[in-house]
Structure formats: C-alpha cells, structure tokens
Design a protein around this ligand. Structure first.
Ligand code: HEC
Ligand code: HEC
Ligand code: HEC
Ligand code: HEC
Ligand code: HEC
Length: 473
C-alpha cells in the first residue's frame, strides 16, 4: 500500500510543478544593448567596467473580451545567470574599483549595487536592473569567452507563485583588442603616449573617461579634453576602418542580426570611423544620437522610434518596448546566435519578431496591431516539399469577408505576404518572417476592403510572385 502512494506521488509531482506556471501571463525580456564590452584587466587601462542591464515587461494575456495588459503591480521579477555565479577572479575589477571609480565594492557587487542575481525594480511599465557585473566566463570555463550566455528571468505573484519565466541573452565580451589586434605592442605602450598629459597615471590604472567625457559612464571629463568617442575615432581614422579592431570583435561578432544576415556592415548604418568622429565634431552626442530604424531611406515613419528617442528607449504597440518584440540593437531577431532567438521561438513556435497576435491577445484581434499588421495564422500543410516557391490563387475569389491564400516555399528564408490596391499602395502586410521549405496557407480577413481589384504578393530578397484578388459583396 505504502509503495503505491509513493509511486502516485512520484507521478503527480511533475504535474504539480508544471501546473505552477500560470499560462495567463507571459514575460518578455531583453538586454538594453546588443553587446556589452568590458575590460578584463584593469591594472593599466579601463574603458568600460563590467556593467550589464536587463529589462522585462510582463503581460497579462487577453481573451475574447479583453485586450492584454502590461502589468507590474503585485508582481516581482528575479534575474540570474545560471552557471555564472561569481566574477571576482574572472576579472581584477574589484582590485581597482577604488582607484578607478572611488568606491570600494563588496566582492561580486557592481557599481550600482547589483549582484549577479537578484530582483528587478519596476519603473513605469518595465522591470529593470542596471550594472550587473557579469563576465564572459561561466563558472566552468575560465579560459574561453562565452559572449552569449542566457539570463533567466522569473515573475512571481504576491504569494510567491511562479507565473512565467523567460531566457534572454545577457551579452558581454572582453574583446577589446588594442594589443591582440597587433596594433599596439602593449597596454603600457598606449599609456606612454599620454606621458606629457598632466595628472596622468603613467603606470596605471587609468579610467579613460575620467578626463575624456563619456556618455556611456556619465562622466563630464576635464575641460579642453575631447570626449572619448571623438578622441579614439579621430586618432584612428586614418589607420583603420575595421570596427572589429576595437569593438568586439573578430571572435565575438557582436553585430549578428537579421540585417547582418542580409549583408549589412557597421558602416551601412554608422559610416566610417572618420564619420563616427566627424559627426561628433558637427554636434552629434556620442551614445545618445545613433542611427534609427525610422530614417527615410531605411524603414520609414511606419517603423520609427518615438521622437528624439533611441531604439532602446522607444515603445510601440500596446506600450511595449520595441525590443520586447524585436530584440536588442545589433541583435534584432532573427539573429545568427541561436540563444537570441530562444524567447520568440518558445512563445510562437518560430523565430523572428514576435508577430503572432494570440501569444499576447489569446485570440486573433479584429483590428490591425503593430505597424498596422493584421493577424495571420500560418498553417503548414507539408514539410517534405521539394518544388519551387509559388503563390497560388486565393479562394474564394472573388472574396467577401475572408479568403484563404495557399503558397509554397522552395528555399528557406525570409518572406513577406502583402496586399496592394490598384494604385500600388500597400494596404496590408500579413506576414514577414522566416520560413522553412514546405507548403502553407494563411487566412486573410478582407472585411475592411472595399469592392475592387487587389494584388496579393509573396516575396523575398530574390523572389517575387503576384496574384489578382477580387473583392465583391
Ligand atoms: C589624465 C587625463 C587623461 C586620461 C586619464 C586619459 N587621457 Fe587621453 N588625452 C588626454 C589629453 C589632455 C589629451 C590631449 C588632447 C588634445 O590633443 O587636445 C589626450 C589625448 C588622447 C588621444 C588622442 C586624441 C587625438 O586626436 O590625437 C586619445 C586617442 C586618447 N587620449 C585616448 C585615451 C585613452 C584610451 C585613455 C584611457 C587609457 C585616455 N586617453 C586616458 C587626457 C587623458
Ligand atoms: C542596421 C544598422 C546598424 C548596424 C549595421 C550597426 N549599428 Fe550600431 N547602432 C545602430 C543603432 C540603431 C544604434 C542605437 C541603438 C540603441 O541604443 O537604441 C546603434 C548603436 C551603437 C553603439 C552605441 C551603443 C548602443 O548599442 O547604443 C555602438 C558602440 C555601435 N552601434 C557600434 C556598432 C558596430 C561596431 C557595428 C558593426 C559591428 C554596428 N554598430 C552596426 C545601428 C546599427
Ligand atoms: C581604435 C579603436 C576603435 C575603432 C577602430 C572603432 N571604435 Fe568605435 N569606439 C571605440 C571606443 C573605445 C568606444 C567607447 C567610447 C566611450 O566609451 O565613450 C567606441 C564607441 C563607439 C560608439 C558609441 C559612441 C558614439 O560615438 O556614439 C559608436 C557608435 C562606435 N564606436 C562606432 C564605431 C564604428 C561604426 C566603427 C567602425 C566604422 C568603430 N566604432 C571603430 C573604439 C573604436
Ligand atoms: C507587439 C510587437 C511589436 C512591437 C512592440 C514593435 N514591433 Fe516592429 N514589427 C512587429 C511586427 C509583427 C512586424 C512585422 C509586420 C510588419 O512588418 O508590418 C514588425 C516590423 C518592423 C519593422 C520592419 C521589418 C521589415 O521586415 O521591414 C521595423 C523596422 C520595426 N518593426 C521597428 C519597430 C520599432 C522602431 C518599434 C518601436 C517603436 C517596434 N517595431 C515595435 C512587431 C512589433
Ligand atoms: C507582445 C504582446 C502583443 C502582441 C504580439 C500583439 N499585441 Fe496587440 N496589444 C498588446 C497590448 C499590451 C495592448 C494594449 C491593450 C490596452 O491598451 O489596453 C494591445 C492592443 C491591441 C489593440 C487595441 C488597440 C491598440 O492598438 O491599442 C489591437 C487592435 C491589437 N492590439 C491588435 C494586435 C494584432 C492584430 C496583433 C498581431 C499582428 C497584435 N495586436 C499583437 C500586446 C500585443
């Protein structure tokens, strides 16, 4: 008899634990920058300290009678980086924090007081933690760098019940390559170039930002000394145009996102090293004024940041940060680092921006959502497909309230399905995401269209197919 009870409990336990996750909530997390760069050795040169920022928004899912809500009250959110529990010894930052920043820090505590795990604070409708002093070395590997470790974030209710959790990349790299790039013989060689500067600590340590103003650290510098971004890019502009000589880096490849996959480079958005410097000379605020998605020759106003805010500061649909659906700058999903794609893959079953309305709404909304996008459920009919990509005729055609659009994908990649009116104006973007080979169909809600002729289009970078659709009621 006793035995049976034990077996029953053993069977019931996994169910009890899985029942704890309340499917009414989802949590979306991200890192504010696509990469955080930090020195490893602070004895000579300190450009940036270990300092990572995590953000999350918690959504109470909607249903047929209510919209989803971004919620904070009565909730608490924790963060941790499983497998990375200490930093002292992985960097000598704690030996120099006093000399560099004027503060004596407890072991493994960063400049803001944050530890490697703890609670995130609610500000407005977002939970955040600043200054997590993470290194690229998990506890099990003190030799190789792991720039794309996962942070685990969990949301609890007042009774400490786990409501939902998520995993996001907490990116960090020590790849500052002044010496390893073969450019400088040693860090001392860099210090020696400053020997005529008064107040300079020729034997180190030196916080570059103490004299050179730096918006990344909030320092104002000493009068007459150029800001750090200007000094460094101007000094090197005629020597290299390779950003990975300094930014992380040939091993880290911090720029890894959907635009990297499409062939863009740092220069496509930022221009040359010289341009980074000359735009500062012309008034650009380093770190605070950067390229934008919404620029006229990029994605335009339908996909723009909020006025005068950066991508990482902007919110869009439903009060959600752009990053909640798209990921971090330089890591706009889908990226070539599988860890970046994990959250959206888990939530909607495929990678790419969060575009499956039911993930948050519970049901398909009847009006357009982010950027005017319509709910589109894609049904995969077969996956053993070996033919060509093809947009089939929609049915019924003529359509009235809704129509089914079948299509096949012959080569995996990113495809869009759009509808245009007879003047060539786009009236709906139904899908823009990665597809595997296969045959599919999607249902298009046409109830908002007037009678007339429309063009349906299936396209990717190197493929285009059209069909005529009639609406008649
Ligand atoms: C004690 C103050 C001080 C510190 C600390 C300091 N610098 Fe400088 N730096 C200066 C001054 C002053 C100049 C000369 C500015 C000028 O040429 O007008 C200078 C010049 C430079 C230049 C050359 C600019 C040019 O266009 O020629 C670079 C590059 C530079 N510093 C980088 C750094 C780096 C990297 C660090 C950290 C290792 C650092 N500095 C730390 C004060 C400092
Ligand atoms: C598709 C355009 C694009 C490309 C390509 C790109 N960047 Fe950026 N970069 C941005 C945007 C947008 C921001 C502002 C992001 C924000 O903070 O909201 C930015 C910001 C930055 C910043 C400031 C820190 C930050 O994240 O805000 C650095 C440093 C930077 N980029 C370096 C690089 C380097 C190095 C490369 C190539 C390895 C690169 N960028 C490629 C668009 C781009
Ligand atoms: C010689 C080293 C070096 C090279 C080469 C270099 N950078 Fe930088 N860059 C730095 C350093 C160091 C900082 C950090 C300055 C700070 O903390 O303010 C920086 C900061 C930045 C920033 C943020 C500050 C700002 O001005 O908005 C951007 C953007 C940036 N770099 C873009 C680039 C791009 C794009 C390239 C290649 C075309 C490039 N950098 C090449 C060293 C370099
Ligand atoms: C609720 C999720 C969500 C939020 C928040 C969101 N987007 Fe989007 N975004 C989407 C979806 C879904 C698409 C694809 C449909 C489309 O292209 O219209 C998209 C597409 C885009 C594209 C075009 C990509 C392409 O393939 O051309 C850009 C650029 C973009 N968003 C920028 C932003 C910016 C900037 C913000 C913040 C102001 C933002 N988004 C906020 C969901 C979101
Ligand atoms: C990441 C979560 C999320 C996703 C994905 C999402 N929404 Fe929303 N949506 C919200 C939130 C949050 C609100 C705000 C509700 C409120 O204001 O009370 C909202 C509001 C709306 C509204 C009400 C009007 C408005 O814009 O505030 C409509 C309509 C809507 N969404 C349609 C869509 C459609 C269509 C899709 C899919 C293409 C979609 N949403 C995808 C979270 C999401």
């Amino acid at each position: 008899m006793k035995k049976i009870y034990i077996i029953l409990i053993a069977i019931a336990l996994p169910f009890l634990f899985s029942a704890v996750q309340d499917t009414q909530y989802i949590i979306l997390g991200w890192n504010d920058l696509g990469m955080h760069c930090a020195n490893k050795d602070f004895s000579k040169i300190a450009i940036l300290p270990p300092y990572n920022n995590l953000k999350t928004q918690v959504i109470l899912k909607g249903d047929a009678s209510s919209f989803p809500q971004v919620v904070t009250s009565g909730l608490s959110v924790t963060y941790e980086v499983p497998g990375n529990t200490y930093s002292v010894g992985k960097t000598n930052f704690w030996s120099y924090s006093n000399a560099l920043f004027g503060v004596t820090l407890a072991p493994n505590i960063g400049l803001t007081g944050a530890a490697l795990s703890g609670n995130m604070a609610a500000t407005g409708n977002v939970f955040e933690v600043f200054g997590v002093p993470l290194t690229p070395h998990p506890d099990t590997d003190l030799i190789n760098q792991h720039p794309y470790q996962l942070a685990l974030m969990k949301v609890f209710d007042q009774n400490n019940n786990l409501l939902a959790s998520t995993q996001n990349v907490i990116p960090v790299s020590n790849e500052i390559s002044c010496v390893s790039s073969g450019c400088h013989s040693s860090e001392q060689d860099i210090l020696d170039s400053h020997e005529t500067v008064s107040g300079f600590n020729i034997n180190g340590p030196n916080l570059c930002a103490s004299c050179h103003a730096d918006n990344a650290l909030g320092t104002t510098g000493t009068p007459g000394t150029p800001n750090l971004s200007y000094a460094i890019h101007r000094r090197h502009q005629s020597m290299t145009n390779n950003c990975y000589k300094c930014h992380p880096g040939v091993n880290t490849n911090c720029f890894r996102d959907t635009m990297f996959a499409a062939g863009m480079t740092c220069q496509s958005c930022h221009g040359s090293v010289q341009n980074v410097a000359s735009t500062i000379a012309a008034g650009r605020q380093p770190w605070l004024q950067e390229p934008t998605c919404g620029a006229v020759n990029c994605h335009g106003s339908n996909y723009a940041e909020e006025p005068n805010l950066l991508f990482r500061q902007s919110k869009g649909h439903g009060g959600l940060f752009c990053s909640a659906c798209h990921g971090s700058p330089h890591a706009i999903v889908p990226t070539v680092q599988p860890n970046d794609n994990l959250q959206n893959l888990t939530l909607q079953g495929y990678t790419g921006q969060l575009n499956k309305c039911v993930v948050c709404h519970g049901v398909n909304p009847s009006s357009p959502g982010p950027h005017g996008a319509f709910p589109t459920d894609i049904e995969q009919l077969t996956d053993d497909y070996n033919g060509l990509s093809d947009l089939k005729q929609n049915y019924p055609n003529p359509a009235s309230e809704m129509t089914v659009i079948p299509f096949t994908i012959g080569n995996r990649g990113k495809y869009r399905i759009e509808a245009f009116d007879s003047n060539g104006k786009r009236i709906a973007l139904m899908v823009s995401r990665d597809f595997q080979k296969g045959s599919y169909q999607t249902t298009f809600n046409t109830s908002f269209l007037a009678n007339g002729v429309y063009i349906l289009s299936l396209s990717s970078d190197n493929f285009h197919d059209y069909k005529r659709m009639l609406i008649s009621r």
